[in-house]
Ligand binder design. Structure first.
Ligand SMILES: NC(=O)c1ccc[n+]([C@@H]2O[C@H](COP(=O)([O-])OP(=O)(O)OC[C@H]3O[C@@H](n4cnc5c(N)ncnc54)[C@H](OP(=O)(O)O)[C@@H]3O)[C@@H](O)[C@H]2O)c1
Length: 330
């Protein structure tokens, strides 16, 4: 099979397409022929040598999500049959023509979704749903603020918030992304390119001074101190990224006074059993809404496997709106 290989740490030029043996499924594993995958920030960091693959995942093949068909089953696999259309998340190795995964980490792709659309879904929607629904316990009519609202996860989170009956607000460093995000249900947004301080006035206007009940922070760094400022009493912050930095300086007194919760989350490094749970919840609660068209993926751009370097450059540009998809087979 062909696979993207990180030949050494560095820029996109270190990526090469190489031939590897196709893996064989053991026990309760399934071999999936990947039709399409998508890129994530973790792939960029892994390529740079800043985010090692979790245990059990290949060190040199990136790719955290895939859509494809069941090509073969291990001797104890019972849930799927050859030819079924499936998608899912994995700790790595999805930027390849084939992958072997545990059969319980798969969900069936609804018939209304193309391969590219299906590939644009798992990481963004599992992350957003898990963060807002499971971890922050977002309730109908609550106000939720989503940083990097035009990101793949951000656009999924806007739609999931609406599906819950909550009211999604967003930030970006691009007014254009905020305008486009309104098509996905964004109530209002603020462009923070000039200053993070603009968030205070925005919050006062949009929440009548009450603050946001939930904040999905997909940026980190100095955004965390701003989050605590604009959080409502008993508010919940779910921190899912550190793209703007790993350090925060904030007033602990404010945290106490607001009786606030800060929750950190990662998906890639979760052990298999937790990935299975996240997949089962996704299959039960999110996939039916994708089948109905209530939720829809956002594709920024599509690249073939041989254009993997260009795909990495596109994601690194920060100009993307939604997901960068990798087309692997017809
Ligand atoms: N915890 C988890 O389980 C999990 C899972 C998936 C993804 N993530 C993380 O969640 C974030 C969103 O993921 P994604 O795949 O949806 O990302 P994405 O589509 O690549 O979008 C990321 C966006 O973040 C904004 N951004 C980048 N650097 C920034 C900075 N220094 N300050 C402010 N904004 C910045 C940019 O948009 P603007 O134009 O708005 O600035 C960029 O387009 C990523 O950081 C990713 O690593 C976490």
């Amino acid at each position: 099979m062909k696979a993207v290989i990180i030949t050494r740490y560095g820029g996109p030029e270190v990526l090469e397409i190489q031939e590897l043996p196709t893996p064989a499924p053991a026990a309760d594993q399934v071999l999936v022929q990947i039709k399409a995958s998508a890129l994530n920030r973790a792939d960029l960091l892994q390529r740079q040598g800043k985010y090692a693959a979790p245990s059990g995942s290949p060190e040199n093949i990136p790719g955290l999500e895939f859509a494809g068909i069941v090509a073969a089953r291990g001797p104890e696999a019972r849930l799927w049959h050859e030819g079924q259309r499936v998608f899912g998340i994995t700790g790595g190795g999805a930027h390849a023509e084939y992958i072997v995964v545990n059969e319980r980490t798969l969900a069936e792709i609804p018939a209304n979704l193309s391969w590219a659309e299906a590939a644009a879904i798992p990481e963004a929607f599992v992350t957003a749903h898990d963060a807002l629904w499971k971890q922050a316990a977002l309730c109908p009519s609550e106000r939720v603020l989503i940083h990097a609202a035009g990101s793949g996860v951000g656009l999924a989170a806007i739609q999931i918030a609406r599906a819950i009956g909550a009211v999604p607000f967003g930030t970006s460093r691009s007014l254009d992304k905020l305008e486009r995000a309104k098509e996905y249900g964004l109530e209002a947004g603020v462009d923070l390119r000039v200053s993070l301080n603009l968030l205070t006035d925005f919050t006062n206007i949009e929440t009548k001074g009450n603050g946001f009940d939930v904040i999905l922070d997909l940026v980190g760094g100095p955004y965390v101190a701003a989050d605590i400022q604009v959080l409502a009493m008993k508010g919940r912050i779910v921190l899912g990224a550190t793209v703007a930095g790993t350090k925060a300086d904030f007033n602990l007194g404010q945290l106490l006074h607001k009786r606030a919760h800060i929750i950190g989350t990662v998906l890639r490094a979760r052990p298999l059993e937790e990935k299975i749970i996240a997949t089962q919840v996704f299959a039960k609660e999110v996939v039916p809404l994708l089948a109905k068209g209530t939720l829809r993926p956002t594709i920024d751009s599509e690249y073939s496997l041989s254009d993997i370097r260009a795909a990495h450059r596109r994601l690194e540009s920060n100009d993307t709106f939604g997901k960068v998809v990798l087309k692997i087979a017809e």
